[in-house]
Design a protein around this ligand. Structure first.
Ligand code: FE2
Length: 447
């Protein structure tokens, strides 16, 4: 992640004291919860793109926060139907919810499982949300990380939680109906930071990497995690159907940090794991990003007990997404947002959405120009049975010139082409984290 200036001088000038970068430019929170209808757009919104786009991200109120990751969540919803933008609305996630390490915010992700929409933070109990973005209480009492994996074949949800006290890692499995079916307590030498993991058809893959909880860090000024060069970087592989008490098999890898996996799959007795990986991170403190993430492939030779790893795309990128129907299965394509080209001191979004061909190691870029910045690109299949890249890529784009946001719809099979449609958002959508798409069928099945 990097730090091209995404700021506008006018908005920063009204602040007398310097505020952290996550309160400036398009990181700056919005204050209003609004409802708007029939949003204007250019181009043609595909008639078969019917559903609801949801996005979550931190949106702190006036109080200062210690880190970009902190602060109350804000949900943004955009309803597309029959070639029109039926509505946009945004709603705060008001409740701080129980987490593995005290109360926390559900401010990172929003997704659906077992016909329920849930907002998630890191190690928070899920907050249930209606399709109109109204909160409906919490779902169960199991804190979980923000990146569950839903098996497209079984409908199970696999996830984990981490804790500052032993057990530092717990792996949870939920049935397709949303019932907790198994929890594995996993032994770790220290409370390392885990934001994401991966599943395959038969295994879960954990990343025990050298950023570790440090209780000596002043949490009023920073996030209590830091690079620890003494922490052995490892990948852990555990069968999904392991008996209770079984521990993962661990494989040593080169130092580095991964916030986000792209996907993993089994190829014979190997597991191939693709990630966006930083060679080093948070050496000074958790607000400084020393190096950019690039696409890293880990080829885990389970029987021979080693990992072959290499950088497969030297593109500075983050926020990887795939066709969700390919989670845990061999996938041909992934979509990433580029990060800015210079200055890695802060998180800086870039100007391109990139489609990665993971088979040929080639890529297609959609460049939005030097004054527009992209967030997470979300792939939406054109139909339930359409091919892997037969669909649309939806991305929120911020313009430094107009200080406004738009939702851009690209053709996944012709990514570099002019957008199919560009929707003018009623109010700015701050840079945030992750989201999901619910089709008309998904919406009809909600509880
Ligand atoms: Fe994330």
């Amino acid at each position: 992640m990097t730090g091209e200036s995404t700021g506008d001088a006018s908005s920063e000038a009204i602040t007398s004291a310097p505020r952290p970068w996550w309160f400036r430019s398009n990181y700056k929170p919005v204050t209003e919860e609004i409802d708007s209808h029939d949003l204007p757009f250019e181009g043609n919104i595909p008639e078969d793109l019917n559903g609801l786009l949801l996005r979550n991200g931190p949106n702190p109120d006036a109080s200062p926060t210690n880190h970009w990751f902190a602060g109350q969540g804000m949900l943004h919803g955009i309803r597309l139907q029959e070639g029109q933008v039926q509505w946009y609305r945004n709603r705060r996630v008001n409740a701080s919810v129980a987490g593995a390490n005290g109360f926390t915010e559900a401010n990172i992700h929003i997704l659906s499982h077992a016909n329920r929409i849930v907002a998630l933070g890191d190690n928070s109990v899920p907050v249930m949300v209606s399709a109109e973005l109204e909160q409906q209480g919490t779902a169960g009492d199991v804190p979980m990380a923000a990146h569950p994996k839903i098996c497209p074949l079984t409908g199970e949800m696999h996830t984990f939680s981490t804790s500052h006290t032993p057990p530092y890692l717990s792996y949870h499995q939920f049935s397709s109906e949303g019932e907790l079916t198994s929890t594995f307590e996993i032994d770790l030498p220290a409370p390392s930071m885990m934001h994401d993991f991966a599943i395959t058809l038969d295994h879960a893959v954990f990343l025990d990497l050298p950023i570790v909880y440090d209780p000596s860090i002043d949490v009023t000024t920073s996030f209590p995690y830091q690079w620890d060069g003494d922490h052995l970087p490892r990948l852990g592989v555990l069968p999904r159907k392991a008996p209770p008490g079984q521990q993962p098999t661990w494989f040593e890898v080169e130092p580095g940090y991964v916030f986000h996996t792209i996907n993993a799959c089994e190829i014979g007795s190997r597991i191939v794991l693709d990630t966006c990986r930083y060679p080093e991170l948070w050496l000074q403190n958790a607000n400084t990003f020393e190096s950019p993430a690039m696409v890293r492939r880990y080829d885990i030779h389970i029987d021979d007990n080693f990992v072959r790893e290499n950088t497969t795309f030297d593109i500075r990128c983050e926020y990887p997404r795939i066709d969700e129907r390919k989670v845990g299965l061999p996938n041909h394509f992934a979509y990433v947002a580029t990060m800015a080209e210079e200055h890695f001191s802060t998180v800086g979004f870039g100007h391109r959405v990139v489609k990665l061909d993971l088979v040929s190691n080639s890529s297609v870029h959609h460049h939005f120009g030097p004054n527009r910045y992209v967030g997470e690109p979300l792939f939406v299949p054109r139909a339930p049975d359409s091919g892997e890249d037969d669909g649309y890529v939806l991305v929120l784009v911020y313009s430094r010139e107009t200080q406004a946001s738009s939702l851009v719809i690209l053709s996944a099979q012709d990514l570099a082409a002019e957008p199919l449609a560009t929707i003018a958002m009623t109010q700015r959508v701050p840079f945030g984290f992750h989201g999901c798409w619910l089709s008309e069928a998904d919406l009809a099945q909600l509880r």
